[in-house]
Every structure is written in C-alpha cells, then in structure tokens.
Design a protein around this ligand. Structure first.
Ligand code: SF4
Length: 215
C-alpha cells in the first residue's frame, strides 16, 4: 500500500459512519486516499476532522453492515441523497461501496451518489465503471485542475501525474455507460483555469460544477 493512502495522524475517536449535511446523508467509509490534496483536512489537526458536529476520523473502517445499521438508525429514506463521501476516497473500498449501494437501491433510497477522486481504475487495476451502473445515480468527480502537472502539484496523487489522465479516462468510461457524471472544481481557481476545466468536461460529456471550497 502506498503511504499516501494513510491519513496523516493517529488517535482514538468516536466512529462516525454517517453524517448529515443539509438534505443529504453521507457515508464515511474510509479515511484512506490516493491523493494528498493541499486543501484536504486529512493532513490537518484532529480538531479539523469535525464537519457539522460529526467527527469524521475513523478509529476503524465500518463494515457494510455497520453502515447499513447507521443508515437505518438515521432514517436514510427521508434524505434527498445518500452520498459516499468521507475524508477519504470511498472507491478504495469498492466492494463495500457496491454492497451498500445495492442494499440502498433495494431499500428505497431516493438517490445514491459517490464523491470520488476518479482514480478507481488505477486503484483496482481494471475498469470498474460497469460495476457502478444501476447502483449510483451520480458519480461526482473532483477535477481540480486542467492538466496533469497542475493536478499533481495540488493533489499529490500517489501514482504521479498518471492519476489525472486516469481520472479523465474513468469519467469518460462512466459517461459512455450512461452514468450521470458531474466533474467539479473549487471556486478559488483562476477564472481562465475554470474555463479550461469546463472545456475538458464538455468534451467528456459530463456536467460541470464550480463548487465552494469547504474549509
Ligand atoms: S481526493 Fe478528497 S479525500 Fe483525497 S486528499 Fe483530496 S480532498 Fe482529501
């Protein structure tokens, strides 16, 4: 396992497998990631791992059953979307993600989304896009930059600059399979960079979103 996959610190905290933001309920499946983005709290102090009162530092990763239990306890059906998004890359735990998404689809979730860095094909060394069809209503990918060098300078992918190209390829494969793909950048990027990112997304056939940076 590459060292980038490990979060920056160790400490014991209360596990938070799901958390609520607005009208959505979020699943915090792992704190591991193949990136080390400059703006990510994974590299920050323990006190910064709180989001809307929820402590997202996992003392251990939840099983699918742990997550399902937490979803039921929190009445997941009343939320607009169930979103896989912790401080970490959910598709590192592809099998668990798919298992939970299947359960959600059978049990009345209104919408299921995964927020991802788009490196799943690199992580699993195969094209996994077909495995997501019918389970996810939206694949939300953080684009972050318009080229591999800038992406690597900000995101520090453990695979190097190939991480950016693989992410674009993953997005294309998902679009080609009919999945709804939204690719996003944060609003702190220079305007001309945002325009370039929009052009890339348009070429792929995905939707483009400029999102507010969460601090
Ligand atoms: S891809 Fe997401 S979870 Fe991973 S380091 Fe970047 S912001 Fe953090």
């Amino acid at each position: 396992m590459n060292e980038n996959l490990e979060p920056a610190k160790n400490s014991s905290h209360t596990d938070e497998y799901v958390y609520i933001l607005g009208n959505n309920i979020y699943i915090n499946l792992t704190n591991k990631c193949t990136n080390k983005c400059d703006f990510c709290v994974r590299g920050a102090g323990v006190e910064d791992w709180y989001l809307n009162g929820a402590n997202l530092w996992l003392s251990q990763e939840p099983t699918a059953n742990d997550v399902i239990e937490a979803l039921q306890k929190n009445n997941f059906k009343r939320y607009d979307s169930v979103v896989f998004c912790g401080y970490g890359e959910p598709l590192i735990r592809l099998e668990t993600c798919i298992g939970i998404a299947k359960w959600l689809k059978k049990n009345g979730a209104k919408s299921v989304r995964v927020n991802t860095n788009g490196q799943a094909n690199l992580i699993h060394n195969r094209d996994v896009s077909a495995e997501l069809v019918g389970l996810f209503d939206c694949i939300s990918i953080s684009l972050n930059a318009s080229n591999s060098a800038d992406y690597q300078a900000v995101c520090h992918c453990c695979y190097g600059e190939v991480g950016f190209d693989s992410m674009l390829n993953f997005a294309q494969k998902c679009v080609d399979k009919g999945l709804r793909v939204v690719m996003s950048v944060v609003d702190i990027l220079p305007k001309d960079e945002i325009i370039k990112c929009g052009e890339i997304v348009l070429k792929i056939g995905a939707e483009f979103k400029v999102r507010e940076l969460i601090k």
